[in-house]
Design a protein around this ligand. Structure first.
Ligand SMILES: [Cu+2]
Length: 342
């Protein structure tokens, strides 16, 4: 017996791989990048088992959770308090009138308020008594508890790729003390917000919340540029403009991050880049004059967009996730020199 259903497909012209949003019969709008994610979404939309519930996890069920901190990052983060290189997130006008989801944290607890309807939102992260706010948002797969998802990662040495099929980290950014803003897309179902205050995710404060369907889900505004994380590299422009809206998208199959070490000049940036490629993180760290996190560990399918608030200068964009044989993605070429210009 056949059955039909209608979907709305919005494509971004000229994007490779194919990129856009698919809106299902319930009005749930989900971003995708690549044919595989698109086909997975279509199959999911047509699967009776998933159309009645919160099963619409990210298009590709790779999920990543928990932020890893490498030796390089640890040093850089430690230096952040005294470094003026990374400007605190400046107050940014909300764009496109998107609804707001507020995450208020203090290192001991995290509180979620605001719009919990499906669609694009501005996530406003506020922290007190912490050097930075870094609140990953985790979407739980159907019938999976946070504890079950967490155990998958813990049982595999902290490898967030083991969230696959259990949960998805759809959003993960970090802001210097104060308030940070970034846009993402919420899908219906059960979510957990985490306050990633230290290197032990087991102790991170967390809060659960439920996202309901929306008949008219908001869409993300069109960004000035899109940076994709793939295996193993970053695509998009290598010159970013201060204040412009950039979409960061994990268009790969694995969890990735987009963090950056600032260098004092072109030559240092080249050296820093070569050292990361060679796995000489400690040497690379000595050349870093500042640090910026655009996207912390995020699962395949994660989409986040934010205005560039990092100070103008030259940076090496990098992903320090590990492969299964414990090579950082930087060693496989997942790094790129970028310039932030006024
Ligand atoms: Cu990576």
């Amino acid at each position: 017996m056949s059955r039909s259903f209608a979907l709305r497909l919005e494509l971004e012209l000229g994007e490779v791989p194919i990129t856009g949003h698919l809106t299902d019969a319930h009005g749930v709008c989900t971003p995708f990048a690549g044919w595989i994610q698109l086909v997975a979404l279509i199959e999911q939309a047509g699967d009776p088992a998933t159309t009645d519930d919160a099963a619409r996890a990210a298009p590709t069920p790779k999920e990543a959770p928990l932020k890893r901190t490498t030796a390089l990052l640890t040093g850089l983060i430690a230096g952040l308090a005294t470094s003026a290189a990374t400007a605190p997130a400046a107050p940014i006008a909300t764009s496109a009138g998107l609804p707001t989801l507020t995450l208020a944290m203090n290192g001991k607890s995290i509180h979620v308020s605001g719009s919990m309807k499906a669609g694009a939102v501005i996530v406003v992260a506020k922290t007190s008594r912490e050097e930075q706010s870094s609140p990953p948002l985790v979407k739980l797969a159907r019938k999976v508890s946070f504890a079950q998802a967490f155990r998958q990662v813990a049982a595999h040495g902290g490898d967030t790729n083991y969230l696959d099929g259990h949960a998805t980290i759809t959003y993960n950014t970090a802001n210097s003390a104060g308030t940070g803003r970034a846009q993402t897309v919420l899908t219906p179902g059960r979510w957990v917000a985490l306050d990633s205050v230290n290197n032990n995710p087991a102790t991170w404060p967390r809060a659960s919340f439920t996202v309901s369907r929306s008949g008219h889900p908001a869409s993300l505004p069109k960004p000035a540029a899109t940076v994709k994380m793939i295996e193993f590299g970053f695509t998009g422009p290598s010159t970013w403009h201060e204040g412009e809206l950039i979409r960061f998208q994990n268009a790969g199959f694995l969890a990735h991050m987009a963090v950056a070490a600032q260098a004092k000049d072109e030559q240092d940036a080249q050296t820093l880049s070569a050292l990361l490629l060679a796995g000489q993180d400690n040497q690379a760290q000595k050349l870093a004059t500042g640090f910026a996190t655009f996207v912390g560990t995020a699962s395949a399918g994660a989409v986040q967009q934010q205005r560039v608030t990092a100070a103008p200068g030259i940076y090496v964009l990098a992903c320090f996730m590990d492969t299964q044989d414990h090579r950082e993605h930087t060693r496989l070429g997942m790094e790129r020199i970028i310039r932030i210009v006024p």
